[in-house]
Write a protein that binds this ligand. Structure first.
Ligand code: BV8
Ligand code: ZN
Length: 246
């Protein structure tokens, strides 16, 4: 893939880059996105499942949904897009990944600086005493597991609708995005807030915004460079470009 000269120039001089990623970067790993045609929300309504009220109303159903998603995630592998981001760490002083995804694939790919805005499906905790449990510790439960310390309900360590994002993670991620030379926005419909503020903050502070998506989104009209295509193809192409110029 050939890239525009101004982007190649930016790549040459950039020191700090950020990848703001959404479900689209994991689509080529076989993990359904939320809002696409085969998306998760097609079958289920987010409010019915991805909220604390839904969990209290029907803990077994919500737990079953996360067990279903965790199985898909655990069978999935990081794809060429995740791996290209790891390789790019060689070419810049600072590479950070700010992800909305809970699928742990950036960590498994080997990225060093990962900020999980919406938590991680492999982590769980008791809603009463906050004891943490790994997914493995809970696999023999049928239905929503109970805490061995206090019998409380155990939930996935993810941010549900109506819940605040982890303050330290969000504020650190936003500061990093603001100071970035290039902010790549990869595989996200950019409609879930406050996460979707991140690319806006980066842009307002002078970062060069590059969107990578298979189709235009709500932000395509104001980014600096919109690349239409699969992230598993475009990110390796950017890595090839870097190998030529750096
Ligand atoms: C908050 C974790 C306040 C769980 C997720 C009413 C009440 C309360 C809040 C609200 C409300 N109305 C609106 C809000 C705000 C709400 C919100 O933004 N709603 C949206 C729907 C409008 N936000 C919240 O509720 C947040 N909390 O506001 O709290 C508060 C504050 C202080 C104190 C108390 C309370 C919490 C939001 C987090 C929700 N949790 N996930 C779970 O996953 O189960 S959101 C969920 O959406 C995922 O995290 C996902 O990452 C995220 C965003 O979706 P995307 O990643 O963008 O995925 P999507 O499918 O949409 O798009 C995929 C894209 O990839 C597409 O563009 C597609 O074209 C592209 N693509 C596909 N294949 C490829 C590709 N691109 C490249 N290559 C490919 N191969
Ligand atoms: Zn407990």
């Amino acid at each position: 893939m050939d890239f525009r000269d101004d982007f190649v120039e930016k790549l040459k001089n950039a020191k700090s880059i950020v990848f703001f990623t959404g479900a689209g970067i994991s689509a080529e790993s076989g993990i359904p996105t939320f809002r696409g045609n085969e998306g998760l929300w097609k079958k289920f309504k987010p409010e019915e499942l991805a909220s604390f009220d839904a969990f209290i109303r029907n803990p077994d159903l919500v737990w079953e949904w996360y067990t279903y998603r965790r199985k898909i995630v655990e069978e999935a592998k990081p794809n060429a897009g995740h791996l290209a981001i790891v390789e790019m760490e060689k070419y810049f002083e600072d590479v950070s990944v700010i992800t909305q995804n809970i699928d742990n694939l950036h960590n498994r790919a080997g990225s060093k600086n990962v900020y999980e805005l919406h938590g991680n499906i492999e982590r769980n905790y008791c809603i009463d005493c906050k004891t943490y449990y790994s997914a493995d510790e809970l696999e023999n439960w049928s239905g929503a597991p109970r805490c061995k310390m206090c019998e409380g309900l155990i939930r996935p360590d993810v941010v549900w609708f109506g819940e605040p994002l982890p303050h330290y993670v969000f504020s650190t991620a936003e500061a990093i995005a603001k100071n970035s030379d290039i902010c790549f926005v990869v595989g996200t419909s950019a409609i879930v807030y406050p996460a979707a503020y991140i690319p806006h903050s980066a842009k307002e502070n002078g970062s060069y915004l590059v969107e990578i998506n298979v189709e235009p989104t709500e932000i395509s009209h104001w980014v600096d460079y919109s690349l239409i295509g699969k992230s598993g193809v475009i990110l390796p192409d950017i890595l090839n470009q870097l190998e030529k110029i750096k």
